[in-house]
Write a protein that binds this ligand. Structure first.
Ligand code: HPA
Length: 271
């Protein structure tokens, strides 16, 4: 069975259970899956019931789709995503994006936790991603191209939708959250970076660094799904305090996640 047929099977399974197609899909990153608690009229579909869907293996990444209403619109929250470092191949890491596209989702909101590469970006700050640098070791579009899934050479110059980005920035400003526009460097992980690596990726042009998002965004670009990406900075190697640990990342993500939740629900309501 090829990738297109797998996506189709997952799509049919979901479509049969849904009365309406969601307008927005939100991929909830580390510490943000409680966004799904705010969804009303929820229909919960576990990943392990969906044909061909991978299962997340990481702490803080549940494995469910929550369909329902948020900010007055039909949406789906994906609680949990798939990372290359978990051992999945890139078709698996990005499978949910293709299924969402086939389902008819119109806009994608991607969230993640990230480490700072910019001395002005601190834990708890929100970074609206305007561009990325792909440093992951495999590419989700490698291999024979199936034109039913999208273009062979998708352009990448406008993948972070500028009108969604401007609206989200305006909301963050009106909420007085510390926020930035920035460039996300996507790495494989799962180890965090050495001091020399943080310094290198910062000088290379990045503002934040993380282990997800970029493959999803590349596939979204291929299937022409507009993306808003919101990153929560959880650690800053310049602050001279304790070394970055995954415990610290999860703690900050839990504490500051409310800001992203607020931005997302207002965004969906107002955009
Ligand atoms: N590096 C990579 N990924 C991350 C980090 C980091 O410092 N913080 C949260 N996700």
């Amino acid at each position: 069975m090829d990738l297109y047929q797998k996506v189709e099977e997952a799509y049919h399974f979901l479509r049969n259970q849904l009365k309406v197609v969601p307008e927005y899909a939100i991929v909830a990153g580390t510490g943000l899956s409680s966004l799904a608690d705010e969804v009303s009229h929820a229909t919960v579909i576990p990943y392990n019931s969906i044909p061909h869907f991978p299962k997340p293996t990481v702490e803080g990444h549940d494995g469910r789709m929550v369909f329902g209403i948020l900010g007055g619109k039909n949406i789906v929250v994906l609680k949990g995503r798939f990372h290359y470092y978990e051992g999945y191949d890139m078709d698996e890491v990005t499978f949910h994006i293709r299924v969402l596209k086939m389902l008819g989702v119109a806009k994608l909101i991607i969230t993640n936790a990230s480490g700072s590469l910019n001395p002005n970006i601190y834990p708890g700050h929100i970074v609206f991603i305007k561009d990325h640098i792909n440093m992951q070791p495999a590419h989700p579009l490698r291999g024979l191209n199936d034109a039913r899934l999208g273009k062979r050479f998708p352009p990448m110059d406008r993948v972070y939708d500028s009108s969604m980005l401007e609206k989200a920035l305006a909301i963050a400003k009106s909420e007085t959250f510390e926020h930035h526009k920035g460039i996300y460097v996507g790495l494989q992980g799962p180890s965090l970076e050495t001091p020399a690596e943080y310094s290198f990726y910062g000088r290379m042009g990045g503002d934040v660094v993380g282990m997800s998002t970029v493959p999803e965004v590349i596939v979204a670009a291929q299937c022409e799904l507009p993306v808003l990406c919101i990153s929560l900075c959880t650690n800053n190697p310049f602050d001279g305090e304790v070394a970055t640990s995954i415990e610290e990342v999860l703690e900050v993500a839990e504490q500051a996640g409310n800001k992203i939740k607020k931005v997302i629900s207002r965004f969906i309501q107002e955009y």
